[in-house]
Design a binder for this molecule. Structure first.
Ligand SMILES: [Fe+2]
Length: 467
């Protein structure tokens, strides 16, 4: 059944078959049949059409109001109407949820690591859940804190199979191929260039209308994504709340056999039931999946000299349990003007406390040849990085006119305060690029100024230094 609702969507794409409700963090209401939502209460003695009431929450009952997220679902059958849960006979051996150096298969890397894009073998049918490969992570879903970076590559739609991530929230970043996502709360078509979030505990399935799909996933344990504070920027800018699109109620009538696949502790568990899990006729709540078109992002930057920190391009953030420290920041770098005067405009040489993971959705990476969309770069905390010598010299001598940069490029930086363990797959895969070592061509230009330095010291009445 299609939603009978009217008038919510701000159509960002004419080729999107679905309608949405907009506004980040809203309390949404949606009904696919008229007047199903109970009036003035959440759990009437009887619902219209004998629908069952089901509550679900995404945080503890007593979480502060600003973080409190929960839903009321009115569905044909409650989720407990199933035939039991068993360990799935088909596991995904690339899924990792526990990250620790106590696992001898995992390791850290003090130097930058990079991987080529993943692909799916043509002669093998791979759905979204079985196409996920965990690359690096920190923490544990059992401890309810941590972050994981996965890639996915798949070539088959999930048919009568739904997925529940009981470990954490997924932020999906398609690089190639649309993801047609059906959730209990409705449907979303997620295009390359958009990101989508599906929260922990929700039932959903992924179809691949383009025949195959590939991209990145950031998973967070124990937290949910939120919009960053804007501070002195004021009320608007960066990702505006009205550009986040949430599904409208949609239900199927389907009494055939279904499987619901749960990811719990990185293991897959199979739940059989004799009807579709997508049978929610109406719902209201604020624990709702959403998508966001990165081209809607309002970039800020320096209008005079020097750089702003890249935190100014944060699309979504998730708190850690340490006040003021983000568990994960999702940062977007796309087409924008570079206008700073008297400034070395590319990224300056730096060593940051954060772990910086870069993914490319489209265009050129700019800093490295052979870095295609879908490739991945990981720089561990305090890893030294910056421009190669040719690019450094060019940027030092360039004429500083206002310049449109990153044209056609969409880059996502998955920044985290955590140190990341590399998985066995990330360490051993043939996708891993050979280490390039440090930059070779950066000469000590300072030494060329020996005579002038000695002269200046003498003029200042200071002793010479030894060259
Ligand atoms: Fe960096």
């Amino acid at each position: 059944m299609t939603s009978a609702q009217t008038g919510y969507s701000i159509a960002r794409r004419s080729d999107d078959p679905y309608r949405y409700q907009v506004g980040f963090g809203n309390w949404f209401t949606s009904e696919a049949l008229p007047n199903v939502l109970p009036s003035g209460q959440n759990m009437p003695q009887k619902n219209k059409y004998d629908l069952y009431t089901e509550g679900m929450n995404g945080c503890p009952f007593t979480a502060p109001r600003a973080q409190n997220q929960h839903n009321w679902l009115y569905r044909i059958r409650p989720s407990v109407a199933h035939q039991g849960i068993t360990k799935s006979a088909k596991q995904n051996p690339y899924l990792v949820a526990e990250f620790s150096l106590n696992d001898p298969k995992q390791s850290v890397s003090p130097e930058r690591v990079a991987w080529r894009p993943d692909s799916v073998p043509a002669n093998e049918r791979v759905t979204f859940v079985h196409g996920i490969k965990s690359m690096a992570g920190n923490g544990s879903p059992l401890l309810r804190e941590g972050v994981v970076l996965h890639t996915y590559a798949c070539n088959a739609s999930m048919e009568r199979q739904a997925f529940v991530n009981s470990d954490g929230d997924f932020l999906l970043v398609p690089v190639a191929g649309r993801l047609d996502i059906q959730t209990e709360l409705g449907r979303m078509m997620v295009f390359p260039g958009e990101v989508a979030v599906v929260q922990r505990g929700l039932k959903w399935k992924v179809s691949v209308p383009d025949g195959k799909a590939m991209g990145y996933i950031q998973e967070i344990f124990g937290m949910h994504y939120e919009l960053p504070e804007l501070g002195p920027l004021g009320a608007s800018g960066l990702a505006n709340p009205r550009d986040f699109e949430h599904p409208v109620a949609h239900f199927d009538v389907d009494q055939s056999d279904w499987e619901v696949l749960y990811k719990l502790g990185g293991q897959l568990w199979s739940c059989a039931q004799d009807h579709t899990p997508f049978d929610v006729v109406a719902w209201h709540g604020n624990y709702v999946p959403y998508k966001y078109d990165l081209d809607a992002f309002i970039s800020c930057g320096s209008l005079s000299r020097d750089h702003m920190d890249p935190s100014v391009w944060t699309v979504l953030t998730a708190r850690s349990k340490t006040p003021g420290v983000a568990l994960a920041d999702v940062i977007f770098a796309g087409e924008r003007w570079d206008v700073a005067e008297k400034t070395f405009r590319p990224p300056y040489f730096h060593r940051n406390t954060a772990t910086e993971i870069i993914g490319l959705i489209s265009g050129d990476f700019g800093f490295e040849r052979d870095f295609a969309p879908g490739a991945l770069s990981l720089e561990t905390g305090f890893g030294a990085h910056g421009m190669e010598s040719d690019a450094y010299d060019a940027a030092s001598d360039m004429e500083l006119k206002p310049t449109k940069i990153l044209q056609g490029t969409r880059m996502v930086l998955f920044e985290t305060s955590m140190l990341m363990c590399l998985t066995e797959h990330a360490l051993k895969t043939s996708r891993r690029k050979e280490s390039e070592g440090g930059h070779k061509g950066l000469e000590a230009k300072f030494l060329k100024h020996k005579d002038l330095i000695l002269k200046d010291l003498k003029a200042a009445g200071l002793p010479p230094v030894a060259f």
